[in-house]
Design a protein around this ligand. Structure first.
Ligand code: NAP
Length: 239
């Protein structure tokens, strides 16, 4: 499969790159900064998995950079099978609504919700090339969501993060309906509480385990006729 991973330089994104390469996939690792210090691990993976890894620049808040990344993928590899919208930020943690910096709230929506929208806007045509030419393997759009986006389990705090993930889930559902007659699975996945910069050291889960599970979900196919907001083992989450 040819897989795009956003936010690929650390955390779950990097684990998705590693796991995808091990499985023999071609991976487009999209990173906000291509400066050496940010992509050291990716560069060494590129050497270990010769010919399988492309490192591409993409800031998901910048539509021009998303468009250019899509054009670059088309040029070098013709089409894509899977989009994994992983990049996100968690800001304004534990603040009361009276304390929120609204610019930070806007920034969270820009990265976590509008970012995946921009990516799908420019990369869906690249997925469709594979469909049209009947060369595509599994096709999927995976939005990495969070239990923080659950309406039924809403908690006070993490206002921007929770709201951006609820809105991301709506993007998932709108895309699923839009693509219902095409063989493209569309899922929102809660990856679990993981040991990453975002999740912190106390988290019980390793991102590598989550990444392997996510590939298993993609490979098995979903074929859901309903909204799919699931954990990385495929269990339904509370909407
Ligand atoms: N960790 C958890 O416990 C947990 C729980 C539930 C859901 N999640 C979700 O899982 C996903 C991965 O989280 P994580 O824990 O791996 O987070 P992380 O360690 O904080 O990494 C976030 C990634 O997003 C990238 N990013 C941020 N802003 C960007 C932008 N404007 N354009 C492109 N990339 C950008 C970062 O790049 P830079 O290095 O350039 O900043 C980094 O690669 C997220 O969607 C998150 O919401 C995580």
């Amino acid at each position: 499969m040819k897989v795009l991973v956003t936010g690929a330089n650390r955390g779950l994104g990097l684990a998705l790159v590693r796991s995808g390469l091990k499985k023999g996939n071609i991976i487009f690792a999209a990173v906000r900064s291509v400066a050496d210090k940010h992509i050291k691990e990716l560069q060494s993976l590129k050497e270990s998995y010769e010919g399988q890894l492309r490192i591409i620049h993409m800031d998901v808040t910048n539509e021009k950079s998303v468009k250019q990344a899509a054009e670059a993928v088309k040029l070098t590899d013709q089409y894509l099978d899977v989009i994994i919208n992983n990049a996100a930020i968690l800001n304004e943690r534990d603040k009361k609504i009276e304390e929120l910096d609204m610019n930070a709230v806007l920034q969270a929506f820009d990265v976590n919700t509008l970012g995946p929208m921009r990516v799908v806007k420019h990369f869906l045509p690249v997925l469709r090339i594979g469909l049209k030419e009947q060369v595509a393997e599994k096709q999927a759009v995976i939005n990495i969501s969070s239990e923080a986006g659950s309406l039924t389990n809403a908690y006070s705090g993490d206002y921007p993060y929770g709201m951006t993930k609820t809105a991301l889930n709506m993007l998932t559902e709108k895309l699923r309906v839009y693509l219902k007659d095409e063989p493209v699975d569309v899922l929102s996945i809660h990856p679990g509480w993981m040991k990453t910069d975002m999740g912190g050291n106390q988290a019980p889960k390793e991102p590598n385990e989550t990444a392997d599970n996510i590939y298993r979900l993609i490979e098995n196919g979903w074929n859901s006729s309903q909204f799919a907001f699931v954990d990385d083992n495929g269990n339904h989450m509370n909407i």
